[in-house]
Design a protein around this ligand. Structure first.
Ligand SMILES: [Zn+2]
Length: 400
């Protein structure tokens, strides 16, 4: 930059919550700022720009272009918000880098399906909300263990790479945090890309009738909230491993940025932020043996260190299942929490859930079940929802 370059930085308007839209397909840049690649036609020459928020106390944020290197040594660029702690930008950097390195998921179909029973249907329609279950209480605790093993393998891979030899003390500490099993609040609602699927109905039988609820994925409810993420489950082990390595590499990179600025690295904060990011991904890792389920998860993550004030967190509810008190959060509470923090929640607070279709699982008296559901939905304002029987033929359970 020359001496003449004394003009004020250019301003860009920013949304709250931040936009999830990809604005440069080549560099997978997300959001309202120009693409951070200096040579990109969607980019900008200026090294510093201003982002203007419409809400909040600090409306003006100064961003600086940062050049860094990917895990395999390629040039990358990001805008760094100088008024925020560096670790708070990690989620976006990770998200963009995962998309750059591993490609982008195909778009969602029109609907995603939630498999439940008649009690579940009644609960969801009656309360007009989804319940997101605390992940550590989910059916299969081995699931989280599976994801942790992938991350441990990635940590090992990094520590045996001479490129990271100077970082070994930090990496060693991460291994300890991973083993400490400190609990992070991550709550999940499960869906499938497939309605009326034989493999899903298999989980039901006997006296419990399977019911499948199809929800419009376009609904504002599923999108545009900080801390909420709707994503396909990843069953590809190599992809899981690659994602874990990307996250670890980005954390080593941002720690380096902090040190370059002569600032102290608060290992507690960085460690906690890293673990949150790892958990945010590992809840989408599943054993390839389950790929039939074609699962989609709606995940709420709470980073307590970001919001140390308890009032700012989503209230904890408990349900009985049948011998355990299972903690969960409701979609209503999460939306209200963001509203209370001053975020515009728009039409996510709709009076009805984005229900499109109900499928009654294969069983003996499905016509009567279907009739009762139609009558109930009609009464609750969902007269437009199609209720149908499963096309999978009913086969009574064999007694052995
Ligand atoms: Zn670009």
């Amino acid at each position: 930059m020359g001496i003449l370059d004394k003009t004020k930085p250019i301003r860009f308007f920013l949304k709250i919550p931040p936009s999830n839209e990809e604005t440069c397909e080549i560099h997978r840049h997300i959001g309202e700022l120009p693409c951070p690649w200096p040579q990109c036609e969607k980019g900008i020459e200026d090294e510093t720009i201003i982002g203007m928020y419409q809400f909040g106390i600090r409306k003006e944020h100064r961003f600086e272009r940062k050049r860094w290197q990917s895990h395999d040594g390629e040039d990358r660029f990001s805008w760094i918000d100088l008024s925020l702690p560096i670790h708070s930008m990690s989620s976006k950097i990770i998200k963009e880098e995962v998309r750059r390195s591993l490609g982008v998921d195909p778009p969602f179909p029109n609907a995603i399906y939630h498999y439940t029973n008649i009690q579940g249907l009644h609960g969801i329609i009656n309360s007009k909300e989804f319940w997101l279950t605390d992940h550590s209480y989910m059916n299969d605790s081995r699931e989280i263990e599976y994801g942790l093993d992938i991350i441990r393998a990635a940590v090992k891979d990094l520590s045996s790479n001479p490129k990271y030899s100077e970082k070994l003390p930090i990496i060693g500490k991460w291994e300890k945090i991973l083993d400490s099993r400190e609990s992070y609040r991550i709550c999940i609602a499960c869906f499938s890309l497939e309605g009326d699927s034989l493999s899903q109905w298999r989980g039901y039988g006997g006296r419990s009738i399977g019911i499948c609820l199809g929800f419009s994925v376009e609904s504002a409810m599923f999108w545009h909230f900080l801390g909420l993420n709707l994503q396909r489950v990843i069953y590809d082990k190599e992809k899981q491993f690659a994602i874990a390595k990307i996250i670890l590499h980005i954390y080593l990179t941002i720690i380096e940025w902090t040190q370059q600025k002569g600032m102290d690295v608060d290992e507690d904060i960085f460690g906690s932020s890293l673990i949150t990011n790892l958990y945010q991904q590992l809840v989408f890792f599943k054993n390839p043996a389950f790929s039939d389920e074609k699962e989609v998860r709606w995940v709420y993550t709470e980073d307590k260190k970001m919001f140390p004030d308890d009032d700012a967190l989503a209230p904890k509810h408990f349900r009985l299942d049948p011998n355990i008190l299972v903690p969960y959060v409701t979609s209503t509470d999460v939306i209200n929490m963001f509203k209370a923090k001053g975020f515009p929640v728009g039409n996510a607070q709709s009076k009805l859930l984005p229900l499109q279709e109900v499928i009654v699982g294969p069983q003996e008296n499905e016509d009567l079940v279907r009739k009762s559901i139609s009558e109930y939905l009609n009464e609750k304002g969902y007269g437009f929802v199609k209720v149908r029987n499963s096309e999978v033929p009913f086969r009574p359970k064999q007694s052995r």
